[in-house]
Design a protein around this ligand. Structure first.
Ligand code: ADP
Ligand code: MG
Length: 578
């Protein structure tokens, strides 16, 4: 072993690897640590145990003098994040192109997780304000059987990796206007979202935006002649001034209660979905670059079968047949309506400012009880206070807006501040007409919310119930397929969180849950206080607050998804305080 203070170069690394040729795989441990390459520093943070294990973790830092990234693409932060996404996508692409199998297991593979359509701060590539770049990726150290392939390893680390770096992380690797576009579009989106507040809007959908996606499993924009670009209805049209793009127009969705109505297959859910995803920025070419929503917009839906831990759902669901207490409602197996009621209360607890609901995924009996049902089933036999009787007060008393896709229930016309009708993917403002209709066809419905919404009790999670251990391991957390997280002995199902957009986010949530548990669950902190503290830690320390291992596969997440993850932990126990 060389002394730590001595600088080891890429040439040393090459020599050592040649020397290790033919030795047992464990011999690779010798290359752990830092290496000075001509143009960058490289760290081997973790060496895999065998050729079939998770690949080795490697990091490079390229100084500003080498990246030559111009100021306009690295500050302010929003620009650096847009740039980082472009670099990460390019790195990932180049890595796939030039690296390949060189022996057994994952030998020879260089991999970086490419960002999807959303532009999120992530750990794969980080661009500093001064233009330095750090990239984190994995390398399958080459082996034949379980023996070191030293020459191949030397070529991989000392030639292939520098080639990938050169073709992805330096300014010269990209057409200048591409770099600038990624930086500017992301800054514009950020500014656009910040303008919503002063304009008293919950969302903005730009004219010309392409909302539909290729398929349910392909998030890229739909292409071809069938696409109808978004066109704002005149009465809802607003103009926004962006720092780079200049002035753009689009539909502003005002605060309050907004209904999206229209025939089946006319684009209602597609519009809502774009708003849902508008809490994040999108890459240039996505079609939704200038579709933004209040960062506090939360999709709520029915999710029968989920667990619920001590949630006060009494504003929506009163005494249950078995006499079950709904002020601290717990179940292993929620129904459609109780799951959605819990979802709403949990979103409010986490400080949601906008609730998004789609009829396609809502529990009808939680949304509405019409005149005839009121007549047939007496109030005292119906525990549910439907959302229709709470939605106005939510806005009036708490400032929480709602955006609802509800093609089937005209009763909502009475409580809506704004009604948008979709016809063949084209929105129209029909608020006035909706008021006339409501007058012309009175439903005779009786409002059923006798008391105002009372503040929910504080829920304090009990740390022992959030247990990350499994067998002999004190911590076992793993992101799994289908938006599941293995957390200790629990399998957390997050497949219903429609605003969870990447596996990197999923991993972050698993780690954030651990951070919350280890640092903030002291038996006194309530759930919102814990969310605040995790948020502050990530703001101050970056995503590296989530792990001491400097992983390259984490992405930024919201407090709402973290709350949702905690709330879906089947073992969760809470103490309630009024
Ligand atoms: P709804 O919720 O009103 O029933 P959806 O939003 O599910 O309708 O849309 C129905 C279909 O139309 C989907 O396949 C969607 O991809 C497609 N679609 C939606 N908006 C557009 C558009 N602007 N241009 C072309 N196709 C669209
Ligand atoms: Mg729909």
């Amino acid at each position: 072993m060389k002394d730590d203070s001595e600088v080891r170069t890429d040439e040393d690394l090459g020599r050592i690897l040649q020397r290790l040729d033919g030795r047992g795989y464990k011999a690779y441990k010798e290359i752990q640590g830092g290496w000075a390459f001509p143009d960058f520093s490289l760290w081997v943070d973790h060496v895999q145990g065998d050729p079939f294990a998770a690949p080795s973790r490697v990091r490079v830092r390229v100084p500003a003098s080498i990246t030559q990234l111009p100021g306009e693409v690295r500050s302010p932060d929003a620009r650096a994040i847009g740039t980082a996404c472009l670099l990460a996508r390019t790195f990932s692409h180049e890595a796939r192109r030039v690296s390949g199998s060189r022996g057994s297991g994952k030998s020879g593979e260089v991999r970086m997780e490419a960002p999807g359509q959303e532009v999120l701060p992530h750990t794969a590539v980080q661009v500093d304000g001064d233009g330095g770049v750090e990239a984190r990726f994995t390398v399958g150290l080459p082996a034949r059987g379980r023996k070191v392939l030293g020459r191949q390893a030397a070529a991989l680390l000392c030639e292939t990796v520098p080639a990938i770096v050169e073709r992805s992380l330096l300014a010269q690797a990209h057409p200048h206007r591409e770099l600038v576009r990624h930086a500017e579009v992301n800054q514009d989106a950020e500014v656009l979202r910040s303008l919503l507040e002063e304009r008293e809007l919950v969302a903005f959908v730009a004219d010309g935006a392409v909302l539909p996606r290729r398929s349910g499993v392909d998030d890229r924009p739909l292409e071809g002649e069938a696409v109808v670009p978004f066109e704002s209805p005149e009465p809802l049209r607003v103009e926004m001034a962006l720092p780079n793009r200049g002035s753009i127009t689009g539909m502003g969705i005002p605060r309050g209660v907004t209904l999206i109505v229209g025939g089946g297959y006319h684009g209602k859910s597609t519009l809502l979905r774009a708003v849902e995803q508008g809490v994040y920025n999108h890459r240039p070419g996505d079609g939704r670059e200038f579709v933004v929503a209040d960062a506090g917009a939360v999709k709520v839906r029915a999710e029968d079968g989920r667990s619920v831990a001590g949630v006060d759902i009494s504003p929506f669901i009163g005494k249950l047949p078995a006499g079950t207490d709904t002020q601290a409602f717990s179940t292993e197996n929620a129904s459609g309506s109780t799951s959605q009621a819990a979802g709403i209360v949990e979103a409010l607890e986490a400080s949601a400012r906008v609730l998004l609901v789609d009829e396609d995924t809502a529990a009808t009996n939680l949304m509405i009880r019409d005149r005839r049902m009121q007549a047939l089933v007496p109030r005292e036999h119906e525990p549910i206070t439907p959302f229709i009787d709470r939605v106005q007060a939510l806005y009036r008393d708490r400032g929480v807006s709602s955006l609802l896709v509800l093609g089937g229930s005209g009763d909502y016309l009475e409580v809506a501040d704004t009604v948008i009708a979709m016809t063949a993917y084209r929105p129209q403002k029909v608020t006035a007409r909706a008021r006339e209709v409501a007058k012309e066809f009175p439903t005779g419905r009786i409002a059923e919310a006798p008391e105002p919404l009372s503040p929910a009790p504080r829920r304090i999670p009990l740390a022992h119930s959030v247990d990350p251990s499994r067998g002999k391991r004190s911590v076992k957390i793993q992101a799994r397929d289908g938006n599941r997280i293995l957390f200790g002995r629990n399998e957390l199902d997050l497949s219903s969180l429609e605003q969870l957009v990447s596996r990197a986010q999923l991993r972050s949530l698993g780690q954030a849950l651990l951070l919350a548990r280890q640092r903030f669950m002291d038996g006194e902190c309530s759930i919102p206080e814990i969310l605040d503290r995790v948020e502050t830690a990530v703001e101050e320390e970056g995503l590296d607050a989530l792990s001491s291992r400097q992983p390259g596969d984490l992405a930024m997440f919201r407090r709402f998804e973290l709350a949702a993850a905690l709330n879906r932990l089947r073992a969760l126990k809470v103490r309630s305080e009024a």
